[in-house]
Design a protein around this ligand. Sequence first.
Ligand code: 4AD
Ligand code: MG
Length: 430
Amino acid sequence: MEYISIQEALDKGEGTVDLRGWVYRERGSNKIKFIVLRDSSNIIQCVLKKKDFEEQWDDIDSLLIESSVKISGKIKKDERAPTGFEVKAEKIQIVQPAEPFPITKDQSRDFLLEKRHLWLRSRKMVAIMKIRHTVVGAIHKFFRDRGYYEFDPPIFQPSQAEGGATLFEVKYFKDKTYLSQTWQLYAEAAIFALEKIYDMSPTFRSEKSNTSRHLTEFWMAEMEAAWMELDEVTQVAKNEIRFIIKQVLKHNKKELEILGRDVKLIKHYAQADYPTIKYKEALKIVNEKYGMDVKWGKDLRTLEEAKIAEHFKVPVVVTHYPTEIMGFYKPPAKENPKEALCFDMIAPEGYCEIVGGSQRSLDVKDMKKRLEADGEDPNQYDWYFDLRKFGSVPHSGYGVGVERVIAWICGLDNIKDAIPFPRTMNRYKP
Ligand code: 4AD
Ligand code: MG
């Protein structure tokens, strides 16, 4: 028997089809049973009449959702059916009758996280995982098509690059090490060999805040390029984000609809120009237009980022944050050393920072001083400072928060649904 997917059956629209999948919904009487069958491609209503299945009827009648079954029958148009077609079943094989499924309607987020291994089968999670698949593929394609090499960094790292406070310490035989917060320092070594590189890898931060934007384990897609300065690297970031969205529009219209996302709005994000403003202009907007009182030198919180995005209604790149609150590797601007050559990209609709990046400092003395001020031991970074001794060149890079981008594109109210098995301050199971 040649099984086809439910989507293939829907596309075929007539004749006999052999399907296999899981019972998504079931209802019936003592004469007739409706099974909405689900597979990875779609759902379809199947109808089984008792008179055709006298011998199997008790088993069919007692079928519960998530039972695995194989159904053969004739497909035909039916406006009333959920996907517009119905299969009149002629044969059914029950592969495994399911026990009562623990997930019923209107469960709390916590319960669904507890049962994540089962909740992955929901239409919502399937749609998100398919969009995630497109986003990841798009990132690889974007960089590979533009001559970037994929470069794999180590995940065990001896020191921080994004602040000691969020490091995950790991026992390493008699020693200790940390899980990667960013590939950046290693990427800066590799650009002297490969010039233009990218990667996507697991990233770990012991975020002690339980927000709708933070995971402790997430995927960051990063790039680093030799000979590139701030202005150019922000253009690459804008192009990458637009490219990702275009690929989602190309492959996932159906999934966006399942998620109730406004496809027109997503199209707008794919086409729009994304403005670039300086931090000091961002302050003006939040203070003058939104009546806030943010002083120069304070980092922008999500509250302020949300207002800036509300003002522009498309992703916006903010550059030149105050040097004193930025990481040690973000160089002071020549014209005004109080401002750093760095940027964040802020997504609209309250999704806030989705990209962070910068030009890289070439000034070892300044970096050592700033590390010391952060309570770090600059000797830990000797190998990194070596890179500034042997043919150093201007270079830049950034990291895209993959789940932040997925959450935004999908219109999710929490980043936890952008990754199959989320890890947060309060959860590392299942
Ligand atoms: O802004 P971040 O900290 O930048 C860096 O790590 C740089 N070293 C990247 C680089 O220049 N190569 O992190 C980059 C992005 C953020 O903009 C955000 O989208 C995401 O990573 N991110 C998180 N996503 C989910 N959960 C968290 N806890 C995140 N922390 C950062
Ligand atoms: Mg950042």
